[in-house]
Design a binder for this molecule. Structure first.
Ligand SMILES: Nc1nc2c(c(=O)[nH]1)N[C@H]1C(S)=C(S)[C@@H](COP(=O)(O)O)O[C@H]1N2
Ligand SMILES: [Mo]
Length: 339
């Protein structure tokens, strides 16, 4: 397996042009007195401190977050990435458990109760285990990584996630030789998730939402378990308390509100593949050369702070711009057949 350090994808702090939005927010939070002891960001940003008011993180043993910035776009120009404003990231969502409209999740998930939470890691491994809510942020050192998120619907965002590498969680369970794939499952709780209680609201999906990765994809250093964004606990609509982020794949692979991770021998089912196998494959690698049957994947609308009439149409990059880190995983695969 090809492993390259995430440092390879470094985009320097100052190259994220709209960081001012982010920094001003942090400054504001600081002034509001939410920050207590501990270092939130290490290097280039002046030290701010961890949020006392946000017990999710203040209880984490590792208070030093690192920034893992982006690659440049492949054309090699001095193009710079713009962070999608937090308000956009947390109000324009796909989370069909809370409704199929883009603003349904933010409107319908506000009372989502994540206590208690249990994430079980099981299947083909020697040391299955369970993480409670507190463990999700305490068990592994948290990092900040800025990743592009490219939805199969041809829009994209740039999001500063907080989380840890999935590989750390997986290795702790000591997978055995039959562990070839990882199966993920979202919480099933129709009493809390109106989209699970009504087929109309939930888009006709048979819940729980499930997803899967090959084990080498899951072990890739880019693959993140996210417990936060913009330096704070993950909002319900973004998949609280813990979700997957696979930046080189279409967004639907990045399954939210996960309760089960299982090592399995055979390719696991994935929700959108079950629903429309000719439109959504198991791999779902971002690929500008393979169109969706109903629309082009050659370009995307980047959601930024631009107004209603901002065009923000950009070319879509192979593997969403992460080819250097992940193309090797697919050397022997026909990416047209395995879309
Ligand atoms: N459980 C679950 N996970 C999900 C979805 C969903 O409907 N249910 N939508 C997916 C899709 S299509 C996308 S684009 C991303 C969106 O993540 P965001 O709302 O945090 O931007 O979540 C993915 N994870
Ligand atoms: Mo998506």
């Amino acid at each position: 397996m090809l492993i390259q350090s995430p440092e390879k994808s470094v985009l320097k702090e100052h190259q994220v042009t709209d960081e001012s939005v982010y920094l001003k927010r942090r400054q504001l939070i600081k002034q509001m007195g939410f920050f207590g002891a501990g270092t939130l960001l290490s290097s280039t940003i002046a030290n701010t401190t961890n949020a006392q008011g946000l017990d999710f993180f203040s209880s984490a043993p590792e208070k030093t977050f690192q920034r893992y910035p982006l690659t440049f776009t492949a054309d090699g120009t001095n193009n710079t990435e713009v962070l999608t404003p937090e308000a956009k990231v947390t109000s324009h969502n796909n989370f069909y458990e809370f409704g199929i409209g883009k603003s349904d999740p933010v409107n319908n998930a506000q009372n989502f109760n994540i206590k208690p939470w249990q994430l079980t890691i099981s299947g083909e491994c020697d040391k299955p285990y369970t993480l409670d809510l507190d463990d999700l942020t305490k068990s592994f050192a948290l990092e900040e990584r800025i990743y592009r998120l490219r939805c199969v619907e041809a829009w994209s965002m740039v999001i500063p996630w907080v989380g840890f590498e999935l590989s750390k969680l997986l290795k702790k369970a000591q997978p055995n030789s039959r562990a070839k794939y990882i199966a993920f499952e979202t919480l099933h709780d129709p009493a809390q998730m109106p989209g699970q209680a009504s087929r109309r609201m939930g888009g006709g999906i048979d819940y729980p939402y499930v997803e899967g990765l090959r084990i080498d994809e899951a072990m890739n250093p880019l693959t993140l378990m996210s417990v936060g964004l913009y330096g704070k606990t993950l909002p319900a609509q973004n998949g609280a308390p813990i979700r997957l982020v696979v930046p080189w794949k279409y967004g639907f692979k990045s399954i939210k509100s996960i309760v089960a991770i299982k090592f399995v021998e055979h390719p696991p089912a994935s929700t959108w593949n079950i629903l429309a196998p000719n439109e959504y494959g198991f791999y779902a690698n971002v690929n500008p050369e393979v169109d969706h049957p109903r629309w082009s994947q050659a370009s995307e609308r980047r959601l930024t702070s631009g107004g209603l009439f901002a065009r923000n149409r950009i070319d879509t990059l192979p593997f969403n711009g992460y080819g250097e880190q992940v193309a090797g995983l697919y050397k022997n695969l026909d990416l047209r057949k395995n879309f």
